[in-house]
Design a binder for this molecule. Structure first.
Ligand code: NAD
Length: 524
């Protein structure tokens, strides 16, 4: 966000007129998308400030990493209490910057985080316990693996769930014994600052630092020497983050975008499937990485399904206080939504509900249903991230599956049918990190279930034991149980080692009795 002077205009200045001072803007503004009103002016932090925050976090890591899991848990439960004491203010802050409904903020942001803290408090220690491993051939050795903290984790988060998607990696990294520098989205920085305050109030040193700013600040964090980056955001930025991290071989966990498909089979419970579809497409105004963005409906039920969807869509209450969905969050995202709809319509799609902005201040877009869509349209292939529901008719579930897998993305997905075997068969073949059967999106709310994408939807997992181990280094240790004067293979290498090696190899690995018993013959 810094503005430098234009060199050409500087050169054209007369020598007698003092040049315009270079204007350096070191702050940016954040707005309420429901009204367009200014919320705050926030500091745009430089690389030097980011590096200082990383240093503070590194100093704090010395003491934090040496605590037992139990002690870390005790502290993180205090942070959860602090959260519970400030729920109302947190909801105000989240809704003001995102435009989402209060009930949505409570359930998908605050409750989800409390649940994840609870899961790791109860189950995390087991996931990080040292485990012994068979020493195989070397029976006189002992082997085990242990999980150690990585050090300082850089967390970069998006604006659509600014609390959950910051707190989930932050607390997981802390449970695993790391400290954290968090860079919240520049669209929702006050939520990030509120997270910093939670940790200040339940104080235990500098274990969480918050740095504010846009992409430059994010890139500075990637290049700051942190021990891992956990990035949640778009595929485009994810690729930049990975490229920048490659310079120092900093490991990355990437939680990226999606284009989640829903396959509705002819035998699905239509009432449930249509209600679920409308919720999956429009909750949080379609701004969920796991929003259902493509619908494949068997042709025999296409018409009744569509009628139910239109009825449900017409009932959606869209307003700032107590409705079903709020405003969108980020101006440029509405432009993407409009361009996807325009592209689809230009190629033959029909808008059968919504299709435009609401005529009022703020970022409001009508819940929109499109039919006559196909995979030549960006609405079926690129992430739209808005309240749009494109529905396509397919001849059978296999065609739905083929089209569902025809995507660069693979985040979440769903199949709707009353035939359990069919559901499992499709679920097993869906190219996605997550699958829901007769439901959508909510698998994320099960903190024991690892969450993440395949294909371009990401690398690595949050939640579950896998999520905790993402923030750990596995150290493999071997020790000599019976310490003799020398090992057989040390110098000087015994003449008999070749024969012994071949004989024991055959005895151990031969799949038939005669191979196992075959005698060693020198030179074949
Ligand atoms: P974004 O990629 O524009 O920004 C995400 C974060 O990256 C922001 O904090 C931003 O400041 C920072 N950033 C920008 N440029 C950077 C750079 N060069 N280096 C480092 N950091 C940089 O994403 P967004 O618009 O904030 O969020 C929406 C996207 O996030 C959607 O694509 C959505 O699908 C995805 N998302 C994914 C998940 C998941 O879990 N898979 C969850 C939520 C959102």
């Amino acid at each position: 966000m810094s503005i430098t002077s234009d060199p050409k205009s500087a050169m054209s200045q007369s020598s007698t007129v003092p040049p315009e001072p270079i204007e350096v803007i070191e702050s940016f503004e954040t707005f309420d998308p429901r009204t367009g009103s200014l919320i705050a002016e926030i500091e745009q932090m430089s690389a030097a400030q980011v590096n200082k925050a990383v240093d503070r976090a590194r100093n704090a890591a010395v003491a934090w990493s040496s605590l037992t899991y139990k002690d870390r848990t005790r502290h993180l439960l205090k942070v959860r209490d602090q959260l519970l004491n400030s729920v109302e203010e947190l909801v105000d802050t989240i809704c003001a910057e995102t435009g989402k409904q209060r009930a949505e903020a409570v359930t998908t942001e605050l409750m989800a985080v409390c649940e994840t803290i609870g899961w790791y408090a109860k189950n995390g220690s087991r996931a990080l316990e040292s485990q012994s491993v068979s020493p195989g051939l070397m029976a006189h050795k002992k082997a085990w693996k242990r999980y150690e903290p990585l050090g300082v984790i850089g967390v970069i988060s998006p604006w659509n769930y600014p609390f959950t998607l910051s707190m989930t990696p932050v607390i997981t990294a802390l449970f695993a014994g790391n400290t954290v520098v968090l860079k919240p989205s520049e669209v929702t920085p006050t939520v990030g600052l509120a997270i910093g305050k939670l940790f200040e109030d339940a104080s235990w040193g500098d274990i969480v630092q918050v740095v504010t700013g846009g992409g430059e600040t994010g890139e500075a964090l990637v290049r700051s020497g942190v021990d891992k980056i956990c990035f949640t955001g778009s595929v485009r930025t994810g690729k930049r983050v990975m490229a920048a991290a490659a310079d120092s071989l900093t490991p990355v966990l990437l939680e990226l975008g999606g284009k989640d498909p829903m396959i509705v089979c002819a035998d699905a419970d239509l009432a449930r499937a249509s209600k679920g579809a409308v919720w999956g497409a429009f909750q949080n105004s379609g701004q969920t990485c796991m929003s259902v963005e493509r619908f494949y409906v068997e042709e025999s039920i296409f018409q009744p399904f569509l009628e139910r969807v239109l009825k449900e869509t017409a009932l959606i209450r869209q307003n700032a206080t107590g409705g079903d969905i709020g405003s969108m969050t980020f101006g440029p995202q509405i432009e993407i939504v409009e361009s996807h709809i325009a592209d689809a319509v230009s190629k033959g799609a029909r808008v059968v509900a919504g299709g435009k902005r609401l005529d009022q201040p703020g970022l409001w877009f009508e819940p929109t249903v499109l039919i006559d869509v196909d995979h030549t349209m960006s609405i079926m292939t690129e992430e739209t991230f808005g309240p749009v529901m494109p529905i396509m008719s397919v001849t059978d579930p296999e065609e739905g599956l083929r089209l569902a897998n025809d995507s660069i993305y693979g985040l979440n997905s769903s199949v709707w049918t009353s035939d359990h075997d069919l559901a499992i068969s499709i679920a097993n073949r869906l190219e996605a990190g997550n699958v829901c059967i007769n439901d959508c999106i909510v698998s994320y709310a099960i903190p024991g279930l690892p969450f993440g994408g395949v294909k371009q939807s990401g690398i690595g997992r949050v939640h579950g034991p896998e999520g905790l181990r993402e923030f750990s280094a596995v150290k493999s240790v071997m020790s000599t149980r019976v310490a003799t004067a020398r090992e057989l293979w040390w110098f000087p290498v015994p003449q008999a080692l070749e024969g012994l090696g071949i004989t024991s190899m055959r005895a151990r690995f031969g799949s038939t009795f005669s191979t196992r018993m075959k005698r060693y013959k020198k030179n074949g």
